[in-house]
Design a protein around this ligand. Structure first.
Ligand SMILES: CC(C)(COP(=O)(O)OP(=O)(O)OC[C@H]1O[C@@H](n2cnc3c(N)ncnc32)[C@H](O)[C@@H]1OP(=O)(O)O)[C@@H](O)C(=O)NCCC(=O)NCCS
Length: 176
């Protein structure tokens, strides 16, 4: 990825006011990369504004999100969800990873994953960071492996995309 000419993005923690830009970015993601997500664009289009605010900056602290910006443009993002159940509160879930095609290869995704890891470490109570990725998504699998994630299982036929069953890898990374 060293031959990229994409501008280096700045990573920022998203706040409630970023919800419209985040929605716009993720609606593009769901529409253009249907294989990559468990949720469809149609499902997300039906969500009210409050859902998008809760996804990126839940007032109760159950989620947080980071954006990659080039100038004023939000070119990528990722979110974390935290369990409220005492017996699973040591796990965090990374989801909604997306970088716009024209900004790929600039290290945006790597920096977004690192922001999630740093946040989990700073939170103190998190022991594992988990995610799922569609099997065969080489770019995403390599990204996560290079950030220390390992595959602990592959779920056959986990999602049905345009009539085809696709397996999902379950990946896991310890938080020191
Ligand atoms: C996966 C994705 C987020 C990577 O974004 P990116 O900003 O281009 O990634 P980075 O520039 O930070 O690259 C980080 C690492 O990812 C891997 N990677 C990224 N693009 C890759 C590609 N096309 N092929 C193989 N590996 C790739 C590499 O390991 C890279 O490290 P390197 O530069 O040292 O080789 C992006 O391609 C994307 O949004 N894809 C569509 C949505 C998606 O699949 N989301 C993941 C859902 S689980």
């Amino acid at each position: 990825m060293t031959d990229s000419i994409a501008s280096k993005p700045t990573i920022v923690r998203l706040v409630a006011a970023d919800a419209p830009a985040y929605r716009c970015l993720m609606m593009r993601a769901y529409a253009e990369e249907p294989d990559a997500y468990t949720t469809t664009a149609e499902e997300r289009a039906a969500e009210p504004e409050g859902w998008w605010v809760r996804r990126i900056a839940d007032p109760a602290g159950a989620s947080a999100a980071w954006g990659a910006r080039v100038g004023d443009d939000l070119v990528g993002s990722v979110a974390l969800e935290f369990s409220r159940k005492p017996r699973t509160a040591h796990d965090a879930l990374l989801l909604g990873m997306y970088v716009r095609p024209e900004s790929r290869g600039s290290g945006a995704a790597q920096a977004l994953v690192q922001a999630c890891i740093d946040h989990c470490v700073a939170r103190g109570s998190i022991r594992h960071l988990k995610l799922t990725v569609t099997d065969g998504n080489a770019a995403a699998i390599r990204l996560y492996e290079s950030a220390g994630f390992a595959t602990w299982g592959v779920e056959p036929g986990a999602i049905l995309v345009a009539g085809t069953l696709r397996a999902k890898r379950h990946m896991w990374r310890p938080i020191a």
